[in-house]
Design a protein around this ligand. Structure first.
Ligand SMILES: CCCCC/C=C/CC(=O)SCCNC(=O)CCNC(=O)[C@H](O)C(C)(C)COP(=O)(O)OP(=O)(O)OC[C@H]1O[C@@H](n2cnc3c(N)ncnc32)[C@H](O)[C@@H]1OP(=O)(O)O
Length: 424
């Protein structure tokens, strides 16, 4: 406290009178924090925590972290100021320089405080909506929760980019059937981690039954048909909250949803890339060692995989987009950004990444307050005309795929992926 008082007296003496009133609390806060003294160990722990953050905290916070780190390890900024066109380094320099003569210990403490303030909010901000007061157990590959009139079915194989294995196909069907009967008003599908879903788990092709590959292809076709059928027949409003890249069947199914929401992160990153700032962006992301959220892209690389469209996309995509745009995606495997997918009508609305979860869940909660019977009946009126057609398309797509799965083109693509020779 004596140190704080001394600092306050010094600050009063050296500050212009207009600043004197505010100087005391600032110095006192600073001295209190310094008194707390984050140890070198705390500092190192915090640095490790930053590397483990699952969600990108945004550029503003990353700049603060960078500046505090530099101040804590090297002291005040005395580097030459980067040129105006060196945007990234200039932003970093500005942030560091703004810390003035903040002592190293205080910077260390502020760094530790900032990281600890990030951890809980970041963990919770990505996937906690709606709350988890009614969590269904009995799922290995999903987290299913129900609250505020919303049943949320979250793909939960983040280490495998939420690839859909046989168990997950069955669990999604079970969760959808339960959601169609529970007291929720709307149902939401989303992904845990940085991907929405990387589509069909390619190891689904490796577990060959006694009847051989023909039997495997047949079983998969039967399963796929039943799986897609559940989406065609789902009676309540079904909404996708696309939290990251979507591949294959996780994209095609979107044509059977009632609304698809995605974040705009992709457009910002791609614009930087298009304007030639790709290297700087990578350097910027990696300089903070933060695992950034992946872009919400939409990719159906069927031809690359020796396969053909499913999820009724051979019918829904040309209707939603236009035959030519659907061809680019379904035949030539063109990957769309969230903005492009929205312009083509596959995505309903794109939200700013920083407020994505908050805005989307606020909207969904409002939807869930609408009269439930009206929602169901309206959906039925819209779907009724198409249902028979959709089931016929589904059956045909599954038949064609059954043949494709037995082709050399498909076998080679799967073998290449599994032996890591090829990635999308
Ligand atoms: C009943 C059957 C129905 C069949 C219906 C048919 C549907 C058609 C489709 O869905 S086609 C689409 C199939 N999907 C793919 O081809 C995607 C393949 N995956 C990739 O190309 C990449 O993994 C990636 C671009 C999605 C992500 O690359 P990244 O480098 O970021 O990450 P990793 O490759 O290291 O992936 C992490 C681990 O996740 C495993 N994994 C990811 N996707 C799949 C997948 N689709 N199938 C199986 N495994 C997947 C990957 O192998 C890594 O696992 P490891 O850590 O154990 O090595």
């Amino acid at each position: 406290m004596a140190m704080a008082y001394l600092a306050w007296r010094l600050a009063r003496r050296s500050c212009p009178s207009s600043l004197q009133v505010t100087s005391f609390p600032v110095v006192q806060l600073h001295m209190n924090r310094t008194a707390m003294r984050a140890s070198q160990k705390d500092f190192e722990n915090s640095m490790n925590q930053v590397k483990l953050l699952k969600k990108d905290p945004g550029n503003e916070v990353k700049l603060k972290l960078y500046a505090l780190y530099k101040q804590a390890t090297e002291g005040p900024c005395n580097m030459p100021k980067p040129g105006v066109f060196d945007l990234i380094n200039k932003a970093k320099w500005d942030a560091w320089n703004a810390l003035g003569s903040l002592p190293k210990e205080a910077a260390r403490q502020n760094y530790v405080d900032l990281v600890s303030s990030l951890s809980p909010s970041l963990e919770s901000s990505s996937q906690v909506e709606p709350g988890t007061d009614r969590k269904s157990t009995g799922f290995e590959t999903l987290v299913v929760t129900s609250e505020d009139g919303i049943t949320k079915i979250m793909f939960n194989r983040p280490k495998k980019k939420n690839a859909i294995n046989t168990e997950m196909y069955h669990e999604i069907m079970r969760a959808l059937k339960a959601a169609s009967k529970d007291d929720s008003i709307i149902t939401v599908l989303t992904g845990n981690g940085d991907y929405y879903s990387s589509g069909n788990d390619l190891t689904n092709f490796t577990d060959i039954p006694p009847g051989g590959v023909e039997e495997k292809a047949k079983n998969n076709a039967v399963l796929l048909r039943e799986f897609v059928g559940c989406f065609i027949d789902f009676p309540k409003p079904l909404i996708a909250v696309v939290n990251g890249p979507a591949v294959g069947i996780s994209v095609t199914l979107l044509g059977l949803f009632d609304a698809v929401y995605a974040s705009d992160r992709v457009s910002q990153l791609l614009e930087s890339k298009r304007s030639g700032k790709q290297r700087e962006m990578r350097a910027f992301e990696s300089s903070f060692s933060v695992a950034s959220h992946k872009q919400a892209t939409f990719h159906t690389p069927f031809s690359h995989l020796g396969q053909s469209p499913e999820g009724c996309s051979s019918y829904t995509f040309p209707k939603i987009m236009s035959p030519a745009k659907a061809t680019e995606m379904l035949i030539f495997g063109k990957k769309l950004t969230a903005g492009e997918a929205c312009a083509q009508g596959l995505v309903t609305e794109v939200f700013p990444d920083s407020t994505f979860q908050k805005e989307v869940w606020t909207r969904l909660k409002a939807f869930a307050k609408l009269p439930p019977n009206a929602l169901r009946i309206s959906k039925e009126v819209i779907r009724k005309r198409e249902r028979e057609k959709l089931h016929a398309v589904n059956a045909e797509e599954c038949n064609v795929l059954q043949g494709r799965w037995l082709s050399d083109e498909c076998t080679n693509a799967v073998v290449n992926f599994l032996s890591r020779k090829s990635k999308l």
